[in-house]
Write a protein that binds this ligand. Structure first.
Ligand SMILES: *[C@@H]1O[C@H](CO)[C@@H](O)[C@H](O)[C@H]1NC(C)=O
Ligand SMILES: *[C@@H]1O[C@H](CO)[C@@H](O)[C@H](O)[C@H]1NC(C)=O
Ligand SMILES: *[C@@H]1O[C@H](CO)[C@@H](O)[C@H](O)[C@H]1NC(C)=O
Ligand SMILES: *[C@@H]1O[C@H](CO)[C@@H](O)[C@H](O)[C@H]1NC(C)=O
Length: 315
């Protein structure tokens, strides 16, 4: 009893007003871990109370086929960008200039809106654990790469969009082990050597985000939230239906990255994923067409496909 009281006192006294000062973590055993995000900072209450949170476990048998979802379009251009170790993850911030226009996402399930890619977040494991946020039929993948974009048709900036309806779209790519590493992911992997500790940053030359995408038109989409505080429920998630690949050796490079600054105790970043959240009967839609379905007159129906199909297909 006494311990419990002390514990809550601790949480209470840690409640801070300035959310930007608060270093949340993925550590389940610590007071700034995911189970407390919604309690320690008032503005992050959705992390605790939200009902359409992310990530989720994607269950192939529950997917609803929707023939109206077009493939996603991502601009095929080079960007100006910078990789940063923000502590909780590795993030690539995308800039833009007259010479280097912003990268936009359109089509797919985005209702005609255009979204600008603001940053790319990397979630990864360690040498013994996988680190994707979304799972497929309970299976966690080694990594997940998230292209986070905001709706530039109706919002002036990312901050406003992240608090507003249809504000954010996240294009998510799962990464599996393979014999070769996706070329663009290899560039990222090499760059991580310059951002071993928190607050380190490095400019990336000749980065083309679209090259991180697998060769597929198939996607899975649902409405959810940011997976980091404040967990705002303004996100249209789009998961591509094939992974890209990384070798184990390259994957291990990501486990040499630290949550802390150079002078501090070395705590690794990975695994940096939030636990899967309840779906609460949300629709998870797909445009995955199956040859066996072609003779059916169904435009909307349940798709039945082998649970392991996801990992069988190569890019
Ligand atoms: C993305 O959209 C912006 C307008 O919001 C435009 O200025 C820019 O040229 C577009 N990017 C590309 C690569 O077409
Ligand atoms: C990897 O992460 C898991 C979960 O946090 C942890 O239990 C395990 O000890 C870590 N493995 C290594 C080699 O650090
Ligand atoms: C981790 O990923 C590997 C490679 O995709 C896979 O074989 C393994 O089953 C995954 N582990 C878990 C616990 O999901
Ligand atoms: C975003 O736009 C809103 C509304 O125009 C403005 O009040 C706010 O200062 C802007 N935030 C940033 C970070 O630019």
């Amino acid at each position: 009893m006494r311990c419990e009281c002390l514990f809550f006192l601790l949480i209470y006294s840690l409640r801070i007003d300035s959310k930007s000062d608060y270093q949340w973590s993925y550590d389940q055993d610590f007071f700034n871990g995911p189970q407390y995000w919604g309690r320690v900072v008032k503005e992050w209450w959705m992390c605790e109370r939200g009902q359409i949170q992310s990530p989720i476990d994607i269950q192939p048998k529950q997917l609803l086929f929707d023939s109206s979802i077009k493939p996603i379009k991502l601009d095929k251009v080079q960007v100006v960008s910078e990789m940063v170790n923000v502590g909780q993850m590795i993030r690539v911030r995308i800039g833009y200039s007259r010479a280097r226009p912003s990268v936009n996402i359109t089509n797919g399930p985005l209702n005609g809106y255009q979204y600008r890619v603001q940053r790319i977040d990397f979630h990864f494991g360690n040498t013994t654990h996988n680190g994707s946020e979304h799972t497929i039929n309970g299976r966690r993948y080694p990594m997940e790469v998230q292209l986070v974009a905001f709706n530039t048709d109706i919002y002036p900036n990312f901050t406003t969009a992240s608090k507003s309806p249809h504000g954010i779209a996240i294009l998510s790519i799962l990464v599996d082990f393979g014999e070769e590493t996706n070329m663009e992911l290899l560039k990222m992997t090499i760059a991580t050597a310059s951002v071993t500790y928190k607050d380190k940053r490095v400019q990336l030359a000749e980065f083309e985000p679209w090259r991180l995408l697998p060769m597929t038109r198939d996607l899975i989409t649902y409405e959810g939230s940011l997976t980091t505080p404040g967990c705002d429920e303004t996100v249209t998630w789009i998961l591509l239906n094939q992974p890209i690949y990384i070798t184990k050796d390259h994957f291990f490079e990501w486990s040499k990255l630290y949550f802390s600054q150079e002078s501090q105790i070395k705590a690794p970043i990975g695994p940096n994923y939030r636990a899967t959240q309840k779906t609460n009967n949300r629709l998870v839609r797909t445009n995955i067409q199956h040859k066996t379905n072609h003779n059916c007159k169904l435009s909307v129906g349940r798709v039945f496909y082998r649970a392991n199909q996801y990992s069988m297909r190569k890019n």
